[in-house]
Design a protein around this ligand. Structure first.
Ligand code: MOS
Length: 736
């Protein structure tokens, strides 16, 4: 189709609004009579509040109220015991302290400055005991959760690992660890809350899942869901921490109810380190057993991670080991240890990013032990079907990713022997790793509306967390309707629009995109029916299947007879013509295992004297089905790869074992990659046609970019230095 829009690298439609500062974020919505709320947090990690002295804080001019557990209204839906799939919030309903920097008071004031001054004057007394914020494996206090989060059972077993491992010629048996990481989107969490009377509320929130926020607020306050409206037009980065509502959402709504005025609440960067979840640390024990040719005979992957005392989150780190390679004997398990820490949560490619570090490091160790090229080892264990699920792949182009990546990267120049490539004072190393991520889809709905001017407005609740949702949805609708993309406007971020799933798990393009496509097709079919039935239409009485829709017109055959969208609606006399669609997960998906795949290639330079690691270049090759917009897709892949650099070399939240508090709690102490850490990165998208995955053939690309790259870097460091670092991040002290 000559006016096809899908796939084209068009600019983000919301780009000009964002770079010019006109896009309004949740905590900067101008509202008359606004007040400012600020959370005060606990100085201890474990114990009980004996009392909170608010007398001095209350005297600060401009302070309207200081709310504590003593005077906070009881919330009917506030729970203090966890149940499945509903995160427990700390909204000033109890005296227990479960983790350091838990909310213990809330200041509401006319200005932020008054609130800040008052916050500094709140004095709390505690009965506290020493917290435990670190764990080892096999200390007897771990337990096996019911499930590995939302992604399947906590354990798996196929074949007989022990028997296979006993007879194997080669075994790699190692422990890998990953640290606590905290999400640091550019826009910290924040919201503006406006109550309309006692039982209707509007929240402007920064969220990956507005319908989840609606449900939670409705439950907390005991008001009907239809009385809660959540609006989230722009989100300055999500990464998982904005996937579920946290305590501050409930607290802001509570504050607005108490002072009977609108409230604005923004977390400080420091508060992001305790109030919105984190990636839990993992300890992973991996055993690979192979024959002399490198054929995997057995794999065992055990993972331990932390959760809070009061709630449960499992980092599903062993899950990809069930499917990434062909191997007859595989066991995996996940165990949790309860600590005095906040509840961990999803962070970009949760589980799989920590898990591929261990698995793909281990594969590199096996290749080194066998003196085999790492790509060759992977090809010898290529999984032609998903042996964990025992299903065929819906599509898989990993072989092609290895091939194109190796050629483009110049993999043949790699020397197998560590420390054999030098450039002046630098040791040079090459590393690679595989990447994979599930192609998810959830039910979604959307509506398409043709307006009198012939343009189309498409609406779905949804969210654009910076990934390009506004843009790709307009592209999808434009092609389905046969309209130039400029004539399609897409609106999202409002719970009064059709319901869609959370923008997590790389599923928005797949889920909401499918609904948008079906709504647009339904609208087109309505137009065709209208034309055929309309005696004034040149297409009157023609057959629908002979009509083509393109450039805002319906045409028959060579185009001698045609009618335009705008003429059709004009003659209909209607103000607009609309069609809504609801999608479910495609039935045929059940017969397949659905994943995107990729291969990551990295060259590092290591200063031999200082141990400093620099990424010289990196190449990510990804096959993720249909690419809906080449530019926004590339940005997603690159963003994941940049995070991988931070994951491998920089990011870690350090806790003070005595207080339980995060010490690295701002961007000067918590290191993320800056421009100087990131070389020119390259991305190749491997063309892939997947008829099974969804209406669009798109697998989702938000998370695969961060997978495998961490191991590729560690493997390159080994190739450069001969040192295998199994404990992230790879800081220079581990190399000297
Ligand atoms: Mo992503 S961690 O699935 O928001």
């Amino acid at each position: 189709m000559k006016d096809a829009s899908v796939g084209r690298p068009i600019d983000r439609v919301d780009g000009p609004l964002k770079v010019s500062g006109r896009a309004q974020y949740a905590a900067e919505i101008p509202v008359a009579n606004i007040t400012h709320a600020l959370i005060v947090t606990s100085a201890v990690a474990r114990g009980r509040l004996l009392g909170v002295d608010t007398s001095r804080a209350e005297q600060v001019p401009g302070v309207l109220r200081v709310i504590t557990a003593e005077n906070a209204p009881r919330l009917p839906g506030a729970k203090t015991k966890s149940d499945a799939n509903d995160r427990l919030l700390q909204v000033l309903q109890e005296d227990e302290i479960h983790y350091a920097d838990q909310p213990i008071a809330l200041i509401v004031a006319d200005t932020l400055e008054s609130a800040q001054e008052a916050a500094s004057l709140v004095h709390a007394r505690y009965a506290s005991t020493a917290p435990r914020v670190e764990f080892e494996r096999n200390t007897g206090d771990e337990y096996e959760p019911a499930k590995a989060g939302p992604v399947g059972p906590a354990t798996s077993k196929r074949g007989d690992f022990d028997a296979a491992a006993k007879n194997a010629a080669v075994r790699i048996d190692q422990i890998y660890t990953t640290p606590v990481q905290n999400h640091n989107p550019m826009e910290p969490h924040g919201l503006t809350v406006i109550w309309q009377g006692e039982d209707h509320v509007t929240l402007y929130d920064t969220s990956q899942g507005i319908f989840g926020v609606k449900k939670k607020v409705s439950a907390l306050f005991g008001i009907p869901p239809e009385n809660v409206r959540v609006i989230s037009r722009y989100v300055g980065g999500g990464f998982g921490c904005k996937g579920s509502p946290w305590s501050h959402v409930g607290l802001a709504a509570l504050a607005a109810r108490v002072v009977k005025r609108p409230v604005k609440l923004a977390l400080t960067r420091q508060q992001m380190f305790s109030l919105v979840g984190h990636r839990p640390p993992t300890i992973q024990h991996l055993v690979l057993a192979a024959d002399r040719s490198g054929k995997l005979l057995g794999m065992q992957h055990e993972s331990w991670s932390e959760t809070s005392r009061f709630d449960e989150f499992v980092e599903p780190a062993a899950v990809q080991t069930r499917m990434l390679y062909s191997c007859p004997n595989v066991t995996t398990s996940h165990r949790l240890v309860r600590l005095d820490v906040p509840t961990p949560t999803f962070m970009r490619a949760p589980g799989e990013s920590t898990g591929t570090f261990a698995l793909e490091s281990s594969m590199d160790e096996l290749a080194a032990a066998l003196e085999l090229d790492p790509i060759e080892l992977r090809l010898r264990n290529y999984a032609e079907r998903d042996e964990g699920e025992d299903k065929p792949w819906s599509s898989k182009s990993l072989r092609e990713c290895y091939r194109q990546g190796a050629a483009k990267f110049g993999w043949a120049k790699r020397r197998g022997e560590p420390r054999s490539l030098r450039d002046g004072r630098y040791l040079v190393g090459y590393g690679m790793a595989s990447a994979t991520y599930p192609a998810r889809q959830s039910g979604a709905s959307a509506v398409a509306r043709l307006r009198r001017d012939g343009s189309v407005l498409v609406q779905a609740g949804s969210q654009d967390i910076g990934t390009g949702t506004y843009t790709i949805m307009a592209q999808i609708a434009a092609d389905a309707l046969g309209l130039p993309v400029e004539r399609v406007q897409f609106e999202l971020g409002d719970t009064t629009l059709p319901e869609t799933p959370v923008s997590g798990g790389s599923q928005t393009a797949s889920s909401t995109g499918s609904a948008v496509k079906l709504a647009a097709l339904a609208l087109r079919d309505k137009l065709i029916a209208l034309a055929i039935a309309d005696p004034q239409s040149p297409l009157h009485g023609t057959r629908g299947e002979l009509l083509k829709s393109s450039a805002g017109e319906l045409t028959l055959g060579d185009g001698a007879r045609k009618d335009s969208f705008s003429a059709l609606i004009e003659r209909s006399g209607q103000p607009e013509l609309s069609a809504q669609a609801w999608t479910k997960e495609k039935e045929q998906r059940k017969n397949f295992s659905l994943h995107s795949f990729g291969a990551q290639f990295v060259e590092v330079r290591v200063d031999e004297d200082l141990g400093e690691v620099r990424i010289a270049r990196a190449l990510g090759v990804f096959a993720a089905g249909k690419i809906l917009n080449a530019k926004t897709a590339r940005s997603q892949f690159l963003g994941g790869m940049v995070w991988g650099i931070g994951f491998a070399l920089e990011e870690q939240t350090v806790r003070d074992a005595r207080s339980g508090r995060a010490i690295t709690r701002d961007l000067s102490d918590y290191h993320v990659p800056v421009h100087a850490d990131v070389p020119a990165l390259e991305v190749i998208s491997v063309a892939e046609d997947d008829p099974h995955v969804n209406e669009l053939g798109a697998k989702g690309i938000g998370e695969i970019g961060i997978r495998g790259i961490t191991a590729a870097i560690a493997n390159a460091v080994f190739n450069a230095t001969g040192k295998r670092v199994r404990d992230l991040p790879i800081t220079l002290d581990k190399l000297i």
